[in-house]
Design a protein around this ligand. Structure first.
Ligand code: M6R
Length: 361
């Protein structure tokens, strides 16, 4: 049942304010400015003993893991990274007893992720899951974890589950942070930021007509560049994947700082750039990248907290706490991919060559 929407993707994008509300519900502990995660299975002593976090997933879940790693590093000050699960399992990784491994999956059935979990467990590691489908294979194989509570996701491309997964990571990061160095005041700041998300998501979704118009302006592109820096880079990666999957327009995602090391050679009017430009400590650096693109006659669509002078168009999104900004900046780019694919007449819910869960190697 599409509930009045023309596609499941559109329905699922539209459900995100409620979905985020669900992942937060019952988990925030205002008294201690922390988060209670019932199924985590990691007591305070174990949480404090974690020396490193390694996140494993595929596709969109891997991208959510990249943002999750950033959240864990900034809120808990534990070194963290995210890697495609398939790469990890084929390189005979060093399995370290002080590392907390986290498997991320919407379906909970992705074979490469499941196989990575099984390999880790064989080697004695502790593996948690950040999973949407309750009772799925990965949920069962892991030692504990956080359910994402995005609700059923039918469209082959993931949207609401991506957003909810990142929010689940924010909860986990806050929880880890509060067992370590994160202050009560910072805990409170993040909790307040999390609570603002649903209304801010609705605010962004109300701007769909504007984003649709922009999609029509850029739908003629044969190829698109997506750039961001630090927290913005995984947003660029995910937005470029979304565009590729449903519109079949080729897209590249690069850290803005890497442009001058090669991809700048691609910039010309026929290759527009989508730039993720939050008002954070990297704003000036990002602006410099926009200038370099403009100097090569590149068209620019910015997602930012205020109009960007160098950009041809800016989608202005509401501000949250810097750590949580990537959650909001991804949402208009889901709509951009959606309306681009629609303008090109693509079969949005069932893109060619793809399946909802990849249960084979
Ligand atoms: O169910 P999972 O989260 O484990 O799926 C992982 C990927 O196959 C999935 O995210 C894929 O990249 C989607 N088509 C993204 O839209």
């Amino acid at each position: 049942d599409m509930g009045g929407h023309d596609t499941y993707m559109h329905k699922e994008i539209s459900e995100q304010a409620d979905a985020v509300d669900r992942v937060l519900r019952g988990r925030i502990d205002d008294r201690f400015s922390t988060v209670r995660l019932g199924g985590l299975n990691l007591d305070a002593r174990e949480a404090r003993a974690v020396r490193r976090v390694k996140i494993l997933g595929c596709g969109t879940s891997y991208h959510a893991g990249l943002i999750g790693a950033g959240l864990i590093e900034s809120l808990a000050r534990v070194p963290a990274d995210s890697e495609p699960a398939s790469e990890f399992r084929y390189r005979n990784p060093v399995v370290d007893p002080d590392t907390l491994y986290i498997a991320v999956s919407q379906s909970g059935e992705t074979y490469d992720v499941l196989a990575a979990v099984q390999e880790l467990k064989r080697k004695g590691a502790r593996v948690l899951g950040v999973v949407n489908v309750v009772g799925s294979a990965i949920a069962r194989e892991t030692d504990g974890g956080v359910y994402v509570h995005a609700g059923p996701e039918v469209c082959v491309v993931s949207t609401k589950c991506f957003t909810n997964t990142v929010v689940a990571f924010a909860l986990l990061a806050l929880h880890l942070g509060r067992t370590r160095d994160l202050s009560v005041a910072d805990g409170k700041r993040i909790i307040e930021g999390l609570r603002r998300l649903p209304a801010q998501i609705s605010e962004i979704l109300e701007r769909e007509d504007e984003i649709e118009r922009l999609a029509h302006e850029y739908a003629d592109a044969r190829s698109m560049m997506f750039i961001g820096r630090v927290r913005g880079y995984p947003v660029a990666l995910e937005a470029s994947l979304k565009l590729k999957e449903i519109s079949y327009i080729h897209a590249e995602a690069y850290p803005a700082s890497e442009l001058k090391h090669g991809p700048l050679a691609l910039i010309e009017p026929a290759m527009p750039t989508v730039a993720v430009v939050p008002d954070d400590d990297l704003l000036e650096k990002n602006r410099a990248a926009l200038e370099e693109i403009k100097a090569r006659s590149g068209r620019i669509l910015a997602v930012a907290h205020r109009e960007q002078e160098k950009a041809d168009h800016t989608i202005v999104v509401p501000r949250n706490e810097v750590e949580l900004d990537p959650i909001l900046m991804g949402i208009p780019l889901q709509l951009l991919a959606y309306h681009t694919a629609l303008a090109l007449g693509r079969d949005i819910d069932k893109p060619r060559n793809l399946a909802k869960s990849v249960t084979v190697e």
